[in-house]
Write a protein that binds this ligand. Structure first.
Ligand code: FES
Length: 104
C-alpha cells in the first residue's frame, strides 16, 4: 500500500490543513501545534466536508450542521453526528507529509 504525499511540511503550518485523495478517499490533514493528523474528509452526519470548518484544539467542526470530530481519534464529539469518522496514518519523511487510506 503506497503512501500519498500531502505536501511539504512548510506548506502546512500549525493551524493549517490540506486535503488529498487516496483513490476516491478524501483525506483532510491538519497541522495542530506541529503534529499532523489525518481524518476522512467526510462528516458522518450527512456527508459534509470537514476541511475548512473551524478548528478548536483537536476538534474540527462540520460547517453544515455543527457536528464536531476529534482529529486524533475520529470520535464524534457532539450531535448531530454519532459515528466516528475514519482516522488515517500520517508520517513525516524528508520534509514532506504523507498519509494513506489503509483500508484499500
Ligand atoms: S453534514 Fe456535518 S453536521 Fe450535518
Amino acid at each position: 500500500m503506497d503512501w500519498v504525499k500531502v505536501c511539504a511540511t512548510i506548506d502546512c503550518l500549525p493551524g493549517e490543513y490540506k486535503v488529498v485523495f487516496d483513490g476516491d478517499t478524501a483525506i483532510a490533514v491538519y497541522n495542530i501545534d506541529g503534529q499532523f493528523y489525518a481524518i476522512e474528509d467526510v462528516c458522518t452526519h450527512d456527508g459534509g466536508e470537514l476541511a475548512g470548518g473551524p478548528v478548536d484544539g483537536f476538534s474540527v467542526e462540520c460547517i453544515r450542521h455543527g457536528a464536531k470530530f476529534d482529529v486524533r481519534t475520529g470520535e464524534a464529539l457532539c450531535a448531530p453526528a454519532y459515528t466516528p469518522t475514519v482516522v488515517f496514518p500520517v508520517k513525516v519523511e524528508d520534509g514532506a507529509v504523507f498519509t494513506r487510506d489503509d483500508r484499500n
